[in-house]
Design a binder for this molecule. Structure first.
Ligand code: F6P
Length: 358
């Protein structure tokens, strides 16, 4: 049995991408008499421009623990995929032509929501595509977890832990901004793991007065400090009623730079407490994957190889109740998995006395 496999990583990088690439490759080399792997450079850009490398088996060794992606990545927004831009390139035609020219049996795309939308488009265009769900945001529909998420939870938790000791020593209110523009999973999990007092998620618009109440209550108790974990995409109730463009204009008018700085400033002004903002930023996406993510990436990669063996295309790999499964790309593409307001974890946090500012 011979398989010629194309692989690309697209969108924001995350820990576990190389472990997943390795999982696909190692399992493929074991499963097939002849395995050829073509690695596209920088995500869909490489597929569009025909920028690729014929990979050697040795290139998949020693990468299990490596952060980032050996293939490189880029953001090629899905909304522009069918748009002919200034360069006059028909991107969909170009991707199909590269795939055909290289005589690929299939294409494995590792990525988040945007990547899956383009993967689905290519599948609808007749290419044999298999997706692998990565993102620190954990916001891909149909999978309990994406790889990269747990490593980011570990990193963000470590940040919160370290801030905790300095916040307690100084009796300060520390506002820690966690990545996640639309989905608050990372803030929810790391906030719970780090023992935050307030969690502000994009899915639950907050009222500044409610946040202030919680900080004040602690300031007046024996615990003079507060830890607020806020998702980068969190917004207050007024902003939540606005359309995105309107909100951006409103924020620009009011000198908004980022959510944590604004919150720290507002809480200082309102309560007279010493509040500081901390933004760990891309640190949350960097470095070696955790043991959990190494295992999950390997499980996902090996399952992708099984799908390639069985010629089961048009699917993305997923985790459901501790079982590795696959979902149809057309069933999951374009559906972000946000934190439901009645999620069990939200209830649990409320029972722990954590406030969401709502
Ligand atoms: O999708 C992962 C993520 O890190 C989000 O949490 C964040 O909003 C976004 O990517 C940042 O993207 P970029 O690195 O392109 O600025």
């Amino acid at each position: 049995m011979k398989r010629r496999i194309g692989m690309l990583t697209a969108g924001g990088d995350c820990p576990g991408l190389n472990a997943a690439i390795r999982g696909v490759a190692k399992a493929a080399y074991e499963m097939f008499d002849e395995t050829e792997i073509v690695g596209f450079h920088d995500g869909y850009r490489g597929l569009i421009e025909g920028d690729y490398s014929e990979m050697k088996r040795s290139q998949f060794s020693g990468i299990l623990t490596l952060g980032g992606t050996i293939l490189g990545t880029s953001r090629t927004p899905f909304r522009n995929m069918r748009v002919i831009e200034e360069d006059n390139v028909d991107k969909v035609k170009a991707m199909k032509s590269t795939y055909e020219k290289l005589k690929l049996d299939c294409l494995v795309t590792l990525g988040g929501n945007g990547t899956h939308k383009t993967a689905n488009l290519l599948s609808e265009e007749g290419l044999n595509v298999i997706g692998l769900p990565k993102t620190i945001d954990n916001d891909i529909f149909g999978t309990d977890f994406t790889f990269g998420f747990h490593t980011a939870v570990d990193i963000a938790t470590d940040v919160i832990d370290r801030i905790h000791t300095t916040a307690a020593s100084h009796g300060r209110c520390m506002v820690i901004e966690i990545m996640g523009n639309k989905a608050g999973w990372l803030t929810l999990y790391s906030g719970l793991a780090g023992g935050a007092d307030v969690l502000l998620l994009p899915e639950i618009p907050y009222d500044l007065n409610k946040v202030a109440e919680s900080v004040e209550k602690r300031a007046n108790s024996k615990k003079a400090f507060s830890i607020i974990a806020v998702a980068e995409g969190a917004m207050d109730k007024k902003e939540a009623k606005m359309k995105r463009k309107e909100r951006e204009a409103y924020r620009a008018e009011n000198g908004f730079s980022n959510i944590s700085t604004r919150l720290a400033k507002d809480l200082s002004a309102l309560l007279g407490v010493e509040a500081r903002a901390v933004i760990p930023g891309h640190m949350q996406r960097g470095g070696s994957p955790s043991a959990y993510d190494r295992v999950l990436s390997t499980q996902f990669g090996v399952h992708a190889a099984e799908l390639i063996r069985d010629k089961t295309y048009g699917y993305t790999v997923a985790l459901s109740g501790n079982q590795v499964i696959h979902n149809k790309l057309s069933d999951i593409a374009g559906i972000p998995k946000l934190v439901p307001e009645d999620d069990q974890m939200i209830d649990l946090a409320r029972h722990m006395g954590i406030t969401f500012g709502d």
